[in-house]
Design a protein around this ligand. Sequence first.
Ligand SMILES: Cc1cc2nc3c(=O)[nH]c(=O)nc-3n(C[C@H](O)[C@H](O)[C@H](O)COP(=O)(O)OP(=O)(O)OC[C@H]3O[C@@H](n4cnc5c(N)ncnc54)[C@H](O)[C@@H]3O)c2cc1C
Length: 262
Amino acid sequence: MYESKKEEAGNWLGWRTFIVKSKVEESAEITSFYLKPKDGKALPKHLAGQYLSIKIFLPEMNLEQIRQYSISCAPNDEYFRISVKREKGTNIAVNGMISNYLHDYIFEGDELELSAPTGNFVLQETKNKKIFISGGIGQTPLLSMLETFDLNEKVQHDVVWIHACRNKEVHAFADKIKLIQNNHPNVSKYQFYDYIEESIADSSVLKGHIDFKKIEDWKFDKDSEYYVCGPRPFIKKMIEELEINQVNKEQIFFEEFGPKSL
Ligand SMILES: Cc1cc2nc3c(=O)[nH]c(=O)nc-3n(C[C@H](O)[C@H](O)[C@H](O)COP(=O)(O)OP(=O)(O)OC[C@H]3O[C@@H](n4cnc5c(N)ncnc54)[C@H](O)[C@@H]3O)c2cc1C
């Protein structure tokens, strides 16, 4: 994938230094980093849904670590945006090492080493209707896709986005998505929260895990593409549900935020 892209304008092989131009808190546990190339040269136009890798050296541990982050914005000439969830591990060996480092020690003006965008969880052009299904931080590549549609005056596709997260506190990008939705009548969104406090109960939010039966007039449309992203058990459950309801495997696309195991 890297080899085939190296001739593209602005692309690079290996690592390239980027500067954190801004750091924005999106929710209680998700923070975005806007990254611009230090050399001031062109950026490649990534495909919505792709990710990049970040290499971090931890001097106190004499340890170099690489992690992948989906680009959460539409392609543009100036910057990449990544949005990182602060992982709270319970196991000492898998304890959110790099996500916490990014949250706690990386600030505006700091440098990060990035590899070029890559990945094949990208928009397909087989069906007009796109259904996005995300759990938690799994919304990042889908947000890039939605923002890409939003670049056009009129969103050419019908988009239905179903997102689940624990509660309002950890729900990122709600306003951004609402704005896009307001401008494009063919974009609709359904939100599930694990917990809803009575004081903030809102009829537009559905309670519990994603349950298609709770969505008014829901039909498993065989003429749609389904894009699924989130934790491994979430993806597994959603794909099982789609398949039970006769959605073809060829219409389902997913990205796993970890070692490929599905
Ligand atoms: C394609 C892709 C896109 C992603 N996009 C996003 C995104 O948009 N936002 C986001 O927040 N996260 C994203 N992730 C997850 C992200 O890459 C990290 O896994 C996450 O931030 C947790 O990393 P951590 O270091 O904080 O956690 P840790 O729990 O410390 O480590 C995370 C993973 O790395 C493994 N690991 C830890 N140490 C080592 C080691 N020394 N050697 C090898 N493996 C090790 C762990 O087993 C674990 O699976 C994405 C992952 C992938 C694969």
